[in-house]
Design a protein around this ligand. Structure first.
Ligand code: ADP
Ligand code: ZN
Length: 289
Protein backbone atom coordinates (compact mmCIF):
# COMPACT_ATOMS: atom_id res chain seq x y z
CA UNK A 1 0.00 0.00 0.00
CA UNK A 2 1.32 3.42 -0.99
CA UNK A 3 0.42 6.99 -0.16
CA UNK A 4 0.75 9.95 -2.47
CA UNK A 5 0.40 13.68 -2.03
CA UNK A 6 -0.15 15.90 -5.04
CA UNK A 7 0.52 19.48 -3.93
CA UNK A 8 -1.33 21.86 -6.20
CA UNK A 9 -1.62 25.62 -6.29
CA UNK A 10 -5.24 25.63 -5.08
CA UNK A 11 -5.67 22.20 -3.52
CA UNK A 12 -3.66 19.18 -2.47
CA UNK A 13 -4.84 15.62 -2.99
CA UNK A 14 -3.82 12.83 -0.64
CA UNK A 15 -4.29 9.37 -2.11
CA UNK A 16 -3.93 5.87 -0.65
CA UNK A 17 -3.76 2.81 -2.88
CA UNK A 18 -1.61 0.77 -5.25
CA UNK A 19 -2.78 2.00 -8.67
CA UNK A 20 -5.75 3.35 -10.65
CA UNK A 21 -7.81 0.20 -10.05
CA UNK A 22 -7.06 0.09 -6.36
CA UNK A 23 -7.65 3.50 -4.74
CA UNK A 24 -8.54 3.00 -1.07
CA UNK A 25 -8.98 6.61 -0.05
CA UNK A 26 -8.61 10.10 -1.50
CA UNK A 27 -8.86 13.37 0.44
CA UNK A 28 -8.49 16.97 -0.79
CA UNK A 29 -6.97 19.71 1.39
CA UNK A 30 -7.08 23.39 0.37
CA UNK A 31 -3.68 25.00 -0.30
CA UNK A 32 -3.43 27.93 2.12
CA UNK A 33 -0.37 28.50 4.30
CA UNK A 34 2.35 25.84 4.43
CA UNK A 35 1.74 25.39 8.18
CA UNK A 36 -1.99 24.74 7.85
CA UNK A 37 -1.85 22.75 4.63
CA UNK A 38 1.12 20.54 5.53
CA UNK A 39 -0.35 20.09 9.03
CA UNK A 40 -3.68 18.88 7.62
CA UNK A 41 -1.90 16.54 5.19
CA UNK A 42 0.27 15.11 7.98
CA UNK A 43 -2.87 14.28 9.98
CA UNK A 44 -4.36 12.40 7.03
CA UNK A 45 -1.12 10.48 6.43
CA UNK A 46 -0.95 9.62 10.14
CA UNK A 47 -4.32 7.91 9.89
CA UNK A 48 -3.20 5.70 6.96
CA UNK A 49 -1.11 2.53 6.95
CA UNK A 50 1.34 2.51 4.01
CA UNK A 51 4.89 1.49 3.01
CA UNK A 52 6.18 4.48 1.10
CA UNK A 53 5.21 8.05 0.29
CA UNK A 54 5.38 9.91 -3.01
CA UNK A 55 5.17 13.69 -3.12
CA UNK A 56 4.46 15.42 -6.42
CA UNK A 57 4.52 19.16 -5.91
CA UNK A 58 4.23 22.50 -7.62
CA UNK A 59 7.65 24.07 -7.70
CA UNK A 60 10.20 25.10 -8.13
CA UNK A 61 11.51 22.40 -5.77
CA UNK A 62 15.04 21.74 -4.51
CA UNK A 63 15.61 18.13 -5.64
CA UNK A 64 19.37 17.89 -5.00
CA UNK A 65 19.81 15.60 -1.95
CA UNK A 66 23.16 17.28 -1.22
CA UNK A 67 21.61 20.75 -0.90
CA UNK A 68 20.85 22.10 2.60
CA UNK A 69 17.32 22.99 1.48
CA UNK A 70 16.63 19.59 -0.12
CA UNK A 71 12.91 18.97 -0.34
CA UNK A 72 11.94 22.64 0.00
CA UNK A 73 9.90 24.87 -2.27
CA UNK A 74 12.37 27.46 -3.62
CA UNK A 75 11.92 30.76 -5.43
CA UNK A 76 8.23 30.11 -6.09
CA UNK A 77 5.80 32.81 -7.19
CA UNK A 78 3.73 31.45 -4.26
CA UNK A 79 6.02 33.35 -1.93
CA UNK A 80 4.63 32.22 1.41
CA UNK A 81 5.62 28.67 0.43
CA UNK A 82 9.31 29.41 -0.13
CA UNK A 83 11.36 27.36 2.32
CA UNK A 84 8.46 25.02 3.14
CA UNK A 85 10.01 21.58 3.61
CA UNK A 86 7.85 18.89 2.02
CA UNK A 87 9.98 16.06 3.35
CA UNK A 88 8.65 16.64 6.85
CA UNK A 89 5.61 14.69 5.58
CA UNK A 90 7.62 11.50 5.07
CA UNK A 91 8.69 10.84 8.67
CA UNK A 92 11.02 7.82 8.53
CA UNK A 93 9.21 6.10 5.63
CA UNK A 94 10.79 5.66 2.19
CA UNK A 95 9.82 8.63 0.04
CA UNK A 96 10.28 10.14 -3.38
CA UNK A 97 9.81 13.76 -4.29
CA UNK A 98 9.41 15.26 -7.74
CA UNK A 99 7.47 17.94 -9.59
CA UNK A 100 3.77 17.45 -10.22
CA UNK A 101 4.41 17.15 -13.95
CA UNK A 102 7.23 14.63 -13.62
CA UNK A 103 4.93 12.57 -11.38
CA UNK A 104 2.08 12.83 -13.88
CA UNK A 105 4.43 11.85 -16.71
CA UNK A 106 5.55 8.75 -14.78
CA UNK A 107 1.91 7.80 -14.06
CA UNK A 108 1.09 8.08 -17.77
CA UNK A 109 3.98 5.69 -18.48
CA UNK A 110 2.81 3.18 -15.89
CA UNK A 111 -0.96 3.29 -16.40
CA UNK A 112 -1.89 5.81 -19.09
CA UNK A 113 -1.15 6.87 -22.66
CA UNK A 114 2.62 6.34 -22.54
CA UNK A 115 2.64 2.67 -21.52
CA UNK A 116 5.40 0.63 -23.16
CA UNK A 117 7.40 3.70 -24.24
CA UNK A 118 10.94 4.66 -23.23
CA UNK A 119 10.74 8.37 -23.91
CA UNK A 120 7.82 10.75 -23.78
CA UNK A 121 6.82 14.19 -22.55
CA UNK A 122 3.81 15.31 -20.55
CA UNK A 123 2.72 18.94 -20.93
CA UNK A 124 0.10 20.60 -18.78
CA UNK A 125 -1.41 23.87 -19.96
CA UNK A 126 -3.27 25.25 -16.96
CA UNK A 127 -2.51 28.00 -14.47
CA UNK A 128 1.07 27.54 -15.63
CA UNK A 129 2.74 25.45 -18.31
CA UNK A 130 4.71 22.53 -16.93
CA UNK A 131 6.60 19.78 -18.68
CA UNK A 132 7.74 16.37 -17.53
CA UNK A 133 10.29 15.04 -20.03
CA UNK A 134 11.03 11.34 -19.68
CA UNK A 135 14.05 9.65 -21.23
CA UNK A 136 14.94 6.04 -20.47
CA UNK A 137 11.77 5.91 -18.34
CA UNK A 138 13.27 8.53 -15.96
CA UNK A 139 12.58 12.27 -15.70
CA UNK A 140 15.35 14.37 -17.24
CA UNK A 141 17.31 15.92 -14.41
CA UNK A 142 20.16 18.37 -14.20
CA UNK A 143 21.03 20.44 -11.15
CA UNK A 144 17.30 20.93 -10.85
CA UNK A 145 14.14 19.88 -12.67
CA UNK A 146 12.85 20.96 -16.04
CA UNK A 147 11.16 24.36 -16.34
CA UNK A 148 10.77 24.03 -20.08
CA UNK A 149 7.40 25.82 -20.05
CA UNK A 150 9.39 29.02 -19.60
CA UNK A 151 11.37 28.70 -22.82
CA UNK A 152 11.20 31.59 -25.26
CA UNK A 153 9.79 30.88 -28.69
CA UNK A 154 9.07 33.20 -31.62
CA UNK A 155 5.60 34.70 -31.49
CA UNK A 156 3.07 34.37 -34.29
CA UNK A 157 3.18 37.30 -36.71
CA UNK A 158 0.58 39.85 -35.66
CA UNK A 159 0.58 38.87 -32.00
CA UNK A 160 1.06 42.07 -30.00
CA UNK A 161 0.44 40.64 -26.52
CA UNK A 162 3.36 41.42 -24.19
CA UNK A 163 2.99 38.17 -22.21
CA UNK A 164 2.33 37.89 -18.49
CA UNK A 165 5.14 35.79 -17.00
CA UNK A 166 6.47 37.88 -14.09
CA UNK A 167 10.00 36.65 -14.89
CA UNK A 168 10.16 36.54 -18.69
CA UNK A 169 7.11 38.30 -20.11
CA UNK A 170 6.54 36.42 -23.35
CA UNK A 171 7.92 32.95 -22.57
CA UNK A 172 5.53 30.11 -23.54
CA UNK A 173 3.84 30.20 -20.12
CA UNK A 174 3.50 33.97 -20.43
CA UNK A 175 1.82 33.61 -23.84
CA UNK A 176 -0.33 30.48 -23.63
CA UNK A 177 -1.21 29.56 -20.01
CA UNK A 178 -4.80 29.96 -18.80
CA UNK A 179 -4.09 33.33 -17.12
CA UNK A 180 -2.22 34.52 -20.26
CA UNK A 181 -5.24 33.72 -22.43
CA UNK A 182 -7.52 35.48 -19.94
CA UNK A 183 -5.27 38.55 -19.97
CA UNK A 184 -5.27 38.59 -23.80
CA UNK A 185 -9.00 38.14 -24.22
CA UNK A 186 -10.04 40.03 -21.11
CA UNK A 187 -12.49 37.36 -19.94
CA UNK A 188 -12.53 33.88 -18.40
CA UNK A 189 -10.88 31.19 -20.54
CA UNK A 190 -14.09 29.19 -20.72
CA UNK A 191 -15.87 32.30 -22.11
CA UNK A 192 -13.38 32.92 -24.94
CA UNK A 193 -15.10 31.91 -28.20
CA UNK A 194 -13.48 28.97 -30.04
CA UNK A 195 -12.73 31.21 -33.07
CA UNK A 196 -11.11 33.98 -30.98
CA UNK A 197 -7.57 34.78 -32.27
CA UNK A 198 -6.29 34.14 -28.72
CA UNK A 199 -6.48 30.39 -29.43
CA UNK A 200 -4.39 30.57 -32.60
CA UNK A 201 -1.74 32.53 -30.71
CA UNK A 202 -1.77 30.03 -27.85
CA UNK A 203 -1.73 27.01 -30.20
CA UNK A 204 1.25 28.53 -32.00
CA UNK A 205 3.29 28.97 -28.80
CA UNK A 206 2.49 25.43 -27.65
CA UNK A 207 3.37 24.03 -31.10
CA UNK A 208 6.73 25.87 -30.96
CA UNK A 209 7.35 24.31 -27.56
CA UNK A 210 6.61 20.87 -29.07
CA UNK A 211 8.92 21.71 -32.01
CA UNK A 212 11.75 22.32 -29.55
CA UNK A 213 10.98 19.14 -27.58
CA UNK A 214 10.96 17.08 -30.79
CA UNK A 215 14.29 18.49 -31.93
CA UNK A 216 15.87 18.23 -28.48
CA UNK A 217 15.27 14.54 -27.86
CA UNK A 218 12.69 13.17 -30.34
CA UNK A 219 10.45 11.59 -27.70
CA UNK A 220 8.17 8.77 -28.85
CA UNK A 221 5.06 10.67 -27.79
CA UNK A 222 3.93 14.01 -26.33
CA UNK A 223 0.82 14.14 -24.13
CA UNK A 224 -0.89 17.52 -23.66
CA UNK A 225 -3.42 18.07 -20.90
CA UNK A 226 -4.32 20.64 -18.26
CA UNK A 227 -7.44 22.77 -17.85
CA UNK A 228 -6.90 24.86 -21.00
CA UNK A 229 -6.42 22.04 -23.53
CA UNK A 230 -9.00 19.82 -21.83
CA UNK A 231 -11.50 22.68 -21.88
CA UNK A 232 -10.68 23.59 -25.52
CA UNK A 233 -10.23 20.23 -27.24
CA UNK A 234 -10.06 21.92 -30.67
CA UNK A 235 -6.58 23.17 -29.67
CA UNK A 236 -5.01 19.74 -30.05
CA UNK A 237 -5.62 19.60 -33.82
CA UNK A 238 -4.41 23.18 -34.21
CA UNK A 239 -1.21 22.33 -32.34
CA UNK A 240 -0.75 19.20 -34.50
CA UNK A 241 -1.11 21.18 -37.75
CA UNK A 242 1.21 23.96 -36.60
CA UNK A 243 3.82 21.43 -35.42
CA UNK A 244 3.86 19.63 -38.79
CA UNK A 245 4.20 22.96 -40.55
CA UNK A 246 6.96 24.15 -38.26
CA UNK A 247 9.09 20.99 -38.42
CA UNK A 248 9.03 21.26 -42.22
CA UNK A 249 10.11 17.68 -42.81
CA UNK A 250 13.53 18.20 -41.23
CA UNK A 251 15.75 15.24 -40.21
CA UNK A 252 13.93 12.36 -38.53
CA UNK A 253 10.83 14.38 -37.79
CA UNK A 254 8.81 12.46 -40.40
CA UNK A 255 8.61 9.81 -37.67
CA UNK A 256 6.50 12.31 -35.77
CA UNK A 257 4.58 14.08 -38.48
CA UNK A 258 3.67 10.89 -40.36
CA UNK A 259 1.77 9.63 -37.33
CA UNK A 260 0.76 12.88 -35.67
CA UNK A 261 -2.48 11.69 -34.03
CA UNK A 262 -0.50 8.99 -32.27
CA UNK A 263 2.41 11.30 -31.50
CA UNK A 264 0.40 14.14 -29.93
CA UNK A 265 -2.33 12.85 -27.65
CA UNK A 266 -4.31 13.88 -24.59
CA UNK A 267 -3.22 12.15 -21.36
CA UNK A 268 -4.79 8.74 -20.82
CA UNK A 269 -5.41 9.31 -17.10
CA UNK A 270 -7.13 12.68 -17.56
CA UNK A 271 -7.34 14.66 -14.36
CA UNK A 272 -6.20 11.63 -12.33
CA UNK A 273 -2.64 11.88 -13.68
CA UNK A 274 -1.63 14.26 -10.86
CA UNK A 275 -2.57 12.19 -7.80
CA UNK A 276 -1.59 8.95 -9.56
CA UNK A 277 1.78 10.57 -10.23
CA UNK A 278 2.34 10.86 -6.49
CA UNK A 279 1.43 7.17 -6.16
CA UNK A 280 3.86 6.22 -8.96
CA UNK A 281 6.62 8.09 -7.10
CA UNK A 282 5.77 6.17 -3.90
CA UNK A 283 6.07 2.86 -5.76
CA UNK A 284 9.48 3.91 -7.07
CA UNK A 285 10.57 4.92 -3.57
CA UNK A 286 9.64 1.48 -2.22
CA UNK A 287 11.45 -0.26 -5.09
CA UNK A 288 14.65 1.74 -4.65
CA UNK A 289 14.78 1.35 -0.91
P1 ADP B 1 -3.79 23.94 -12.46
O1 ADP B 1 -2.88 24.33 -13.59
O2 ADP B 1 -3.91 25.01 -11.42
O3 ADP B 1 -3.48 22.61 -11.90
P2 ADP B 1 -5.89 23.36 -14.40
O4 ADP B 1 -5.03 22.43 -15.17
O5 ADP B 1 -7.28 22.94 -14.11
O6 ADP B 1 -5.28 23.83 -13.03
O7 ADP B 1 -5.95 24.71 -15.25
C1 ADP B 1 -6.61 25.86 -14.79
C2 ADP B 1 -6.63 26.88 -15.94
O8 ADP B 1 -7.43 26.36 -17.01
C3 ADP B 1 -7.24 28.22 -15.54
O9 ADP B 1 -6.35 29.25 -15.96
C4 ADP B 1 -8.54 28.27 -16.32
O10 ADP B 1 -8.81 29.59 -16.76
C5 ADP B 1 -8.27 27.38 -17.51
N1 ADP B 1 -9.51 26.77 -18.02
C6 ADP B 1 -10.37 25.99 -17.35
N2 ADP B 1 -11.41 25.63 -18.14
C7 ADP B 1 -11.19 26.20 -19.34
C8 ADP B 1 -11.91 26.22 -20.60
N3 ADP B 1 -13.05 25.57 -20.76
N4 ADP B 1 -11.35 26.89 -21.61
C9 ADP B 1 -10.19 27.55 -21.47
N5 ADP B 1 -9.49 27.60 -20.34
C10 ADP B 1 -9.97 26.93 -19.28
ZN1 ZN C 1 8.46 32.55 -17.83
Amino acid sequence: MFAGVELGGTKCICILGSGPDDIRDQVAVPTTTPEDTLGAIAEILDSWDFHALGIAGFGPLQLDPAAPDYGCVVNSPKRSWNGANLLTLAGDKPFALDTDVNGAALAEGRWGAAQGLDSWAYITVGTGIGIGSISGRQPLRGLGHSEAGHQRVPRLAGDGFAGNCPFHGDCVEGMASGPAIEARANRKGSDVAPDDPAWAFAAHSIAMLCHNLVLTSLPQRILIGGGVVTGQPQLLDQIRARLIDSLAGYAATALVTGDIDNFLQPPGLGSHAGPLGALALAQDAARLK
